[in-house]
Design a protein around this ligand. Structure first.
Ligand code: CDP
Length: 232
Protein backbone atom coordinates (compact mmCIF):
# COMPACT_ATOMS: atom_id res chain seq x y z
CA UNK A 1 0.00 0.00 0.00
CA UNK A 2 1.27 3.48 -0.80
CA UNK A 3 1.39 5.57 2.35
CA UNK A 4 1.14 9.30 1.75
CA UNK A 5 2.90 11.64 4.14
CA UNK A 6 0.33 14.05 5.54
CA UNK A 7 1.43 17.60 6.22
CA UNK A 8 0.61 19.16 9.57
CA UNK A 9 -0.52 22.36 7.89
CA UNK A 10 -0.45 24.27 4.62
CA UNK A 11 2.40 25.62 2.53
CA UNK A 12 2.06 29.29 1.65
CA UNK A 13 4.18 30.73 -1.17
CA UNK A 14 4.99 34.40 -1.79
CA UNK A 15 6.67 35.25 -5.08
CA UNK A 16 7.34 38.58 -6.70
CA UNK A 17 9.92 41.09 -7.91
CA UNK A 18 12.75 42.65 -5.90
CA UNK A 19 11.62 45.03 -3.20
CA UNK A 20 7.94 44.03 -3.29
CA UNK A 21 8.15 43.19 0.40
CA UNK A 22 8.13 39.41 0.07
CA UNK A 23 10.66 38.46 2.72
CA UNK A 24 9.50 40.84 5.43
CA UNK A 25 5.83 40.06 4.74
CA UNK A 26 6.51 36.31 4.64
CA UNK A 27 8.43 36.47 7.91
CA UNK A 28 5.74 38.45 9.74
CA UNK A 29 2.90 36.33 8.33
CA UNK A 30 4.74 33.14 9.37
CA UNK A 31 5.15 34.45 12.92
CA UNK A 32 1.47 35.35 13.07
CA UNK A 33 0.44 31.90 11.81
CA UNK A 34 2.97 30.00 13.93
CA UNK A 35 4.62 28.67 10.75
CA UNK A 36 8.28 28.60 9.71
CA UNK A 37 9.65 31.05 7.18
CA UNK A 38 11.91 30.07 4.28
CA UNK A 39 13.73 32.95 2.54
CA UNK A 40 14.81 31.17 -0.66
CA UNK A 41 16.62 34.25 -1.95
CA UNK A 42 19.07 33.81 0.93
CA UNK A 43 20.08 30.44 -0.57
CA UNK A 44 20.95 31.99 -3.94
CA UNK A 45 22.79 34.71 -2.07
CA UNK A 46 24.67 32.02 -0.11
CA UNK A 47 25.75 30.29 -3.34
CA UNK A 48 26.92 33.66 -4.67
CA UNK A 49 28.79 34.39 -1.45
CA UNK A 50 30.43 30.95 -1.65
CA UNK A 51 31.48 31.50 -5.26
CA UNK A 52 32.90 34.96 -4.60
CA UNK A 53 34.82 33.61 -1.61
CA UNK A 54 36.18 30.66 -3.61
CA UNK A 55 38.08 33.06 -5.85
CA UNK A 56 36.92 31.21 -8.97
CA UNK A 57 36.83 33.66 -11.90
CA UNK A 58 33.31 34.89 -12.64
CA UNK A 59 33.49 33.83 -16.27
CA UNK A 60 33.83 30.18 -15.13
CA UNK A 61 30.62 30.15 -13.05
CA UNK A 62 28.15 29.39 -15.83
CA UNK A 63 29.99 26.19 -16.76
CA UNK A 64 29.87 24.72 -13.26
CA UNK A 65 27.86 21.55 -12.76
CA UNK A 66 25.39 20.70 -10.03
CA UNK A 67 28.01 18.76 -8.03
CA UNK A 68 30.32 21.73 -8.02
CA UNK A 69 27.54 23.95 -6.67
CA UNK A 70 26.79 21.23 -4.10
CA UNK A 71 30.42 21.30 -3.01
CA UNK A 72 29.94 24.88 -1.80
CA UNK A 73 27.98 23.13 0.95
CA UNK A 74 24.95 25.38 1.38
CA UNK A 75 22.70 24.10 4.15
CA UNK A 76 19.83 25.13 6.41
CA UNK A 77 19.66 24.62 10.15
CA UNK A 78 16.14 24.55 11.59
CA UNK A 79 15.53 27.29 14.15
CA UNK A 80 12.47 28.12 16.24
CA UNK A 81 10.81 30.29 13.59
CA UNK A 82 12.63 29.45 10.40
CA UNK A 83 16.00 28.40 9.07
CA UNK A 84 19.57 29.60 9.52
CA UNK A 85 21.64 29.56 6.31
CA UNK A 86 25.04 27.86 6.55
CA UNK A 87 27.89 28.01 4.05
CA UNK A 88 30.40 25.23 4.69
CA UNK A 89 29.09 24.92 8.24
CA UNK A 90 29.41 28.65 8.97
CA UNK A 91 26.35 30.80 9.82
CA UNK A 92 25.93 33.66 7.35
CA UNK A 93 23.60 36.67 7.61
CA UNK A 94 25.00 40.13 6.84
CA UNK A 95 27.49 38.48 4.43
CA UNK A 96 24.52 37.73 2.15
CA UNK A 97 23.45 41.36 1.76
CA UNK A 98 26.70 42.94 0.61
CA UNK A 99 26.63 44.96 -2.66
CA UNK A 100 28.93 42.36 -4.27
CA UNK A 101 26.52 39.51 -3.56
CA UNK A 102 23.49 41.60 -4.64
CA UNK A 103 25.21 42.53 -7.89
CA UNK A 104 25.99 38.94 -8.88
CA UNK A 105 23.09 36.94 -7.42
CA UNK A 106 20.74 37.12 -10.41
CA UNK A 107 23.42 35.79 -12.73
CA UNK A 108 24.11 32.88 -10.37
CA UNK A 109 20.37 32.20 -10.00
CA UNK A 110 19.98 31.92 -13.78
CA UNK A 111 22.43 28.99 -14.03
CA UNK A 112 20.34 25.78 -14.22
CA UNK A 113 22.88 23.74 -12.19
CA UNK A 114 22.77 26.27 -9.36
CA UNK A 115 18.97 26.03 -9.17
CA UNK A 116 19.03 22.23 -9.28
CA UNK A 117 21.60 22.14 -6.49
CA UNK A 118 19.13 23.90 -4.15
CA UNK A 119 15.89 22.16 -5.07
CA UNK A 120 15.91 19.20 -2.64
CA UNK A 121 17.07 21.41 0.23
CA UNK A 122 14.16 23.81 -0.33
CA UNK A 123 11.58 21.03 -0.68
CA UNK A 124 12.69 19.38 2.57
CA UNK A 125 11.63 22.51 4.45
CA UNK A 126 8.03 21.92 3.36
CA UNK A 127 7.73 18.23 4.22
CA UNK A 128 5.52 18.87 7.27
CA UNK A 129 3.81 21.98 5.88
CA UNK A 130 3.29 24.98 8.21
CA UNK A 131 5.66 26.93 5.98
CA UNK A 132 5.67 30.37 4.39
CA UNK A 133 8.24 30.37 1.57
CA UNK A 134 9.21 33.47 -0.38
CA UNK A 135 11.17 33.90 -3.59
CA UNK A 136 10.68 33.88 -7.35
CA UNK A 137 9.62 30.31 -8.13
CA UNK A 138 8.12 29.04 -4.88
CA UNK A 139 4.61 28.65 -6.30
CA UNK A 140 5.65 27.58 -9.80
CA UNK A 141 8.57 25.16 -9.34
CA UNK A 142 9.54 24.41 -5.75
CA UNK A 143 6.09 23.96 -4.18
CA UNK A 144 3.65 23.69 -7.13
CA UNK A 145 1.08 21.99 -4.88
CA UNK A 146 1.14 24.70 -2.18
CA UNK A 147 -2.30 25.38 -0.73
CA UNK A 148 -1.92 29.18 -0.82
CA UNK A 149 0.02 31.10 -3.46
CA UNK A 150 0.48 34.84 -3.41
CA UNK A 151 2.11 36.96 -6.11
CA UNK A 152 3.19 40.31 -4.66
CA UNK A 153 3.64 43.31 -6.88
CA UNK A 154 4.28 47.00 -6.25
CA UNK A 155 5.05 50.06 -8.32
CA UNK A 156 8.79 50.24 -9.21
CA UNK A 157 9.36 53.67 -7.61
CA UNK A 158 7.63 52.57 -4.45
CA UNK A 159 9.81 49.46 -4.31
CA UNK A 160 12.90 51.64 -4.74
CA UNK A 161 11.74 53.88 -1.86
CA UNK A 162 11.23 50.85 0.38
CA UNK A 163 14.67 49.47 -0.42
CA UNK A 164 16.30 52.81 0.43
CA UNK A 165 14.33 53.01 3.67
CA UNK A 166 15.66 49.58 4.65
CA UNK A 167 19.19 50.98 4.51
CA UNK A 168 18.27 54.08 6.51
CA UNK A 169 17.52 56.51 3.63
CA UNK A 170 14.13 57.77 4.79
CA UNK A 171 13.82 60.87 2.56
CA UNK A 172 15.86 60.10 -0.56
CA UNK A 173 16.02 62.62 -3.41
CA UNK A 174 14.73 61.81 -6.91
CA UNK A 175 18.20 60.94 -8.17
CA UNK A 176 18.70 58.27 -5.50
CA UNK A 177 15.22 56.86 -6.11
CA UNK A 178 15.86 56.67 -9.87
CA UNK A 179 19.23 54.96 -9.36
CA UNK A 180 17.74 52.38 -6.98
CA UNK A 181 14.77 51.81 -9.33
CA UNK A 182 17.19 51.13 -12.20
CA UNK A 183 19.08 48.52 -10.13
CA UNK A 184 15.83 46.77 -9.16
CA UNK A 185 14.58 46.87 -12.74
CA UNK A 186 17.81 45.32 -14.05
CA UNK A 187 17.47 42.44 -11.58
CA UNK A 188 13.74 42.00 -12.39
CA UNK A 189 14.52 41.76 -16.10
CA UNK A 190 17.15 39.12 -15.49
CA UNK A 191 14.77 37.18 -13.20
CA UNK A 192 11.77 37.32 -15.57
CA UNK A 193 13.67 36.67 -18.79
CA UNK A 194 15.85 33.71 -17.78
CA UNK A 195 14.92 30.39 -19.35
CA UNK A 196 14.94 28.37 -16.13
CA UNK A 197 12.35 29.04 -13.40
CA UNK A 198 11.67 32.63 -14.46
CA UNK A 199 9.84 34.98 -12.13
CA UNK A 200 6.18 34.70 -13.07
CA UNK A 201 2.81 34.45 -11.41
CA UNK A 202 1.63 30.87 -10.93
CA UNK A 203 -1.72 30.32 -12.64
CA UNK A 204 -3.39 29.63 -9.32
CA UNK A 205 -1.72 32.48 -7.41
CA UNK A 206 -3.60 35.45 -5.98
CA UNK A 207 -2.06 38.77 -7.00
CA UNK A 208 -1.59 41.30 -4.22
CA UNK A 209 -0.59 44.86 -5.16
CA UNK A 210 1.13 46.37 -2.13
CA UNK A 211 1.81 49.82 -3.62
CA UNK A 212 -0.73 51.63 -1.45
CA UNK A 213 -0.63 49.26 1.52
CA UNK A 214 1.06 49.77 4.87
CA UNK A 215 3.27 46.88 5.93
CA UNK A 216 0.76 45.75 8.56
CA UNK A 217 -2.02 45.70 5.95
CA UNK A 218 -0.10 43.48 3.56
CA UNK A 219 0.77 41.00 6.33
CA UNK A 220 -2.91 40.91 7.33
CA UNK A 221 -3.95 40.38 3.70
CA UNK A 222 -1.75 37.26 3.51
CA UNK A 223 -2.95 35.92 6.87
CA UNK A 224 -6.59 36.50 5.81
CA UNK A 225 -5.99 34.66 2.56
CA UNK A 226 -4.54 31.67 4.40
CA UNK A 227 -7.59 31.62 6.67
CA UNK A 228 -9.96 31.90 3.71
CA UNK A 229 -8.31 29.24 1.53
CA UNK A 230 -7.36 26.67 4.15
CA UNK A 231 -9.72 27.20 7.10
CA UNK A 232 -6.53 27.29 9.16
O1 CDP B 1 14.95 40.47 -1.44
P1 CDP B 1 15.42 40.68 -2.85
O2 CDP B 1 14.31 40.88 -3.79
O3 CDP B 1 16.52 41.66 -2.97
O4 CDP B 1 16.08 39.38 -3.36
P2 CDP B 1 16.18 37.97 -2.73
O5 CDP B 1 14.82 37.42 -2.44
O6 CDP B 1 17.19 37.97 -1.64
O7 CDP B 1 16.74 37.18 -4.00
C1 CDP B 1 17.96 37.55 -4.60
C2 CDP B 1 18.01 37.00 -6.01
O8 CDP B 1 17.96 35.57 -5.94
C3 CDP B 1 16.86 37.39 -6.93
O9 CDP B 1 17.11 38.58 -7.64
C4 CDP B 1 16.80 36.19 -7.88
O10 CDP B 1 17.71 36.36 -8.94
C5 CDP B 1 17.26 35.04 -7.04
N1 CDP B 1 16.18 34.19 -6.56
C6 CDP B 1 15.69 33.24 -7.43
O11 CDP B 1 16.12 33.18 -8.56
N2 CDP B 1 14.75 32.36 -7.02
C7 CDP B 1 14.26 32.41 -5.78
N3 CDP B 1 13.36 31.52 -5.40
C8 CDP B 1 14.71 33.40 -4.89
C9 CDP B 1 15.66 34.29 -5.32
Amino acid sequence: MISQHRREGPIVTLDGPAGSGKSSTAKAAATRLGFRHLDSGALYRALTFGLLRSGLAEKEWAALGEEEFQSLNIDLETTEHGFQVLVAGQEVDSELRTPGVTEHVSAVASIPASRNSLLALQRRTGVDGRLVADGRDMGTVVFPDAEVKVYLIADLKERARRRLKEVGECSPDNFKIARQAKALDTRDRSDTQRSISPLKKAEDAVELDTTGLEFEEQVQAVVDLVARLTLF
